[in-house]
Design a protein around this ligand. Structure first.
Ligand SMILES: Nc1ncnc2c1ncn2[C@@H]1O[C@H](COP(=O)(O)OP(=O)(O)OP(=O)(O)O)[C@@H](O)[C@H]1O
Length: 257
């Protein structure tokens, strides 16, 4: 299998007690799949993504990408966070060029940067600085930057979480178009049930305390998927019911039963 998450668990030490955040996560992901991770706040979605990125060490288990065990961060995994984290003193073009600075042929490097900036519709903003861009434009730069590095897997942690609804819808459409063009494998963390249905081939729904996968749903709905499609609204309410139960469970525990 392309990406294998094998028996991953993660304990954190918080205030001298061990908190098990993830428990026995087993997932296999095919090349080119778009997989979303949904779950209540604090269930461990970002921790799981960070383990795949190699930024966090799991307590048990291993992640395999193609035939290699992930031991740390690597260029085979591109990351997009909720905040774009661009270099403020660099232009849009320079931010992308910097990410691919190991391409020795300068013409090649520039062509590649322009190619991905065109893909995210920023060709006319090459010489602007981050402070001159809207939040949505900044996020487009960070997507172009991640794609230019040609990762095997794109890891996205709530990339549209900080954007207004209109921009979010626009970027969802753009990301879907880019994914259809590039067929990159994507692992995408979101809080939005609709966003996960709109974009994904598969949705992993996580439960909490400890975080584990409670449902692995194949989204077999023709694209583009509209919010009003009957199949979309049906799946949305199915997932919403699943999540409500998890959130109730947490509230119940917090209130001491
Ligand atoms: N570095 C850390 N040290 C200790 N505890 C941590 C650390 N990182 C995360 N946690 C704890 O692990 C749990 C899961 O956090 P995580 O950010 O992975 O959840 P999440 O599902 O992504 O949450 P949200 O949806 O709110 O972003 C939380 O209880 C958090 O406090």
């Amino acid at each position: 299998m392309f990406l294998t998450i094998n028996d991953i668990s993660k304990d954190y030490m918080n205030q001298q007690t061990v908190q098990t955040v993830l428990s026995s996560i087993n997932v296999t992901i095919k090349e080119g799949e778009f997989v979303s991770i949904l779950g209540p706040s604090g269930c461990g979605k970002s921790t799981l993504l960070s383990i795949v990125a190699g930024l966090t060490k799991p307590t048990t288990g291993e992640i395999r990408l193609k035939d290699s065990v992930i031991k740390g961060p690597g260029k085979d995994r591109g990351m997009v966070f909720q905040q774009a984290a661009l270099f403020p003193w660099m232009t849009v073009e320079e931010n992308v060029l910097f990410a691919i600075r190991d391409i020795k042929d300068k013409k090649d490097q520039l062509e590649k940067a322009h190619h991905f900036l065109k893909m995210v519709q920023l060709s006319s903003s090459l010489h602007l600085h981050p402070h001159e861009l809207s939040g949505g434009m900044q996020q487009r730069v960070s997507i172009a930057r991640a794609l230019a590095m040609n990762p095997t897997v794109l890891l996205m942690d709530e990339p549209f979480g900080a954007l207004d609804e209109q921009t979010r819808m626009l970027l969802q459409k753009e990301l879907e178009k880019i994914w259809l063009e590039t067929k990159k494998t994507v692992l995408f963390v979101t809080h939005s049930i609709y966003e996960s249905i709109k974009l994904s081939d598969r949705i992993l729904v996580m439960g909490t305390r400890p975080g584990e996968i409670i449902a692995d749903i194949t989204v077999d709905i023709e694209r583009p998927r509209l919010r009003t499609d009957e199949q979309v609204t049906r799946l949305e309410s199915e997932i919403s019911n699943l999540l409500e139960k998890e959130i109730e469970k947490v509230m119940y525990e917090e209130l001491g039963r």
